[in-house]
Design a protein around this ligand. Structure first.
Ligand SMILES: [Zn+2]
Length: 251
């Protein structure tokens, strides 16, 4: 571990010497903590889902400020070689512009991440979610939708192509729900896309509750929490979607 720390210090010196006039940037980097702690069974047990939520909020704030933790990845992997105890499971779209661990400034061993276009629910996802929470002890499930989602746009357009058709059929109930939307129901209407995207994430939450007895019961017992969120492409900010009992809904 000392070797790795030295390596980073060397890198800092090199960066400083190679970039005259960037002292401010280097100074800011120097204040960042080098994280080598990992999620252990003790930490996971101690954390409530409220703690996890606050942790993700702080991580997203660091992401948006370009002030993310530096991590000793090699040392963390050594600690975690024989086991993992992640704090949350994130069900996200596959979009390359939504790098989930970075969006929440999380590292090795912190999150389970499930990625599928349109962050939809299906049988395999449910199995993964149940594994993450029931078997591995994660305390929080986040369904993360995002701005400018290609899957949502394709659903709005009614794309019919190969296996994509079945995938997009998961979004159809949300489109049906907003049949009477006042305004242009097209991909050119940002407000409409945002409405469908957010409602799609909330519908995925409902599906998880409806189709997973295990997760529904765990949530009823207060052992886990399910929440939906929306990633803003312009700012990188994750907003937490309105659900009357959503503890994230204070932003
Ligand atoms: Zn997407």
């Amino acid at each position: 571990m000392k070797y790795f720390t030295s390596l980073l210090l060397c890198y800092g010196l090199v960066a400083c010497s190679q970039n005259a006039g960037t002292e401010k940037i280097v100074d800011e980097t120097a204040t960042l903590p080098l994280v080598d702690e990992v999620m252990t069974i003790e930490r996971q047990t101690e954390m409530t889902f409220e703690d996890v939520i606050n942790d993700l909020k702080k991580g997203n704030a660091r992401f948006t400020k370009n002030h993310m933790f530096q991590r000793n990845n090699v040392a963390q992997l050594e600690y975690l070689e024989t086991g993992q105890h992640p704090k949350a499971v994130v069900l996200s779209c596959i979009d390359s512009r939504v790098p989930v661990e970075e969006v929440f400034d999380q590292g090795v061993g912190d999150l389970f991440v499930i990625r599928v276009a349109g962050n939809i629910d299906n049988d395999h996802n449910l199995g993964s979610l149940e594994y993450g929470c029931k078997v591995s002890g994660a305390k929080l499930i986040v369904v993360l939708g995002h701005e400018n989602c290609g899957a949502i746009k394709s659903a709005v357009k009614g794309v019919d192509m190969g296996n994509i058709t079945e995938l997009l059929s998961h979004v159809k109930p949300v489109l049906d729900k907003h049949q009477d939307f006042e305004g242009e129901r097209s991909v050119d209407n940002h407000d409409f896309l945002e409405l469908i995207t957010k409602d799609n994430a909330l519908m995925t939450l409902d599906d998880i509750r409806n189709y997973s007895e295990i997760l529904n019961q765990m949530e009823q017992e207060g052992r886990i929490k399910l929440i939906a969120a929306y990633f803003d492409m312009n700012t990188g900010v994750v907003s937490w979607l309105d659900e009357k009992d959503n503890p994230m809904h204070d932003q």
